[in-house]
Design a protein around this ligand. Sequence first.
Ligand code: MG
Length: 203
Amino acid sequence: MKIICIGRNYAKHIEELANEKPENPVVFLKPDSAILAKKQPFFIPPFSNDIHYEVEILVKINKVGKYIDEKFAHKYYDEIGLGIDFTARDIQNQCKSKGLPWEKAKGFDGSAVIGKFQNKNELGDLNNLKFSLELNDELVQDGNTNAMLWKIDELIAYVSQFFTLKKGDIIFTGTPAGVGKVKENDLLIGKIKGQEALKVKIK
Ligand code: MG
């Protein structure tokens, strides 16, 4: 399986990192070795002093597809989840300043936290879905998919031009504002519509 991630999909997050608003979705991949094993803590890697959390809505692809039309994109997923795109911001900034790829900053071991998935039909309007992240019981990210620059179906249409989507692939749809640094012993709890959908301890 592959993990396809979208960057800069929420205007307020683009502002907080002083990035430019893209003309098209920003796309990058994480390898399957990035997936943090279920119920395991996240260990801050020795190569970074600035690991950021980014809570994101996830889409699990249910069948193979290429050049998917936006109006049929909804047929390619049944389940929605919540995840964290852990980012070595210091490494990412070095790569960005040199115009180099981001993989070391985004695809390292444990950088993809994949929480619980649920049937999309239980969630109502997917373009008006509230989700959040709490750091040690403090609300740090408070998102709603209605603020996405590109909606889920548009993202599927866009990325499937470049990558054949396969059953089990996961799309990270971008993070809202409020990203920040983690430190040892932090506890992150992510929620969709107020219901816990992921929990990860930092070591
Ligand atoms: Mg992200």
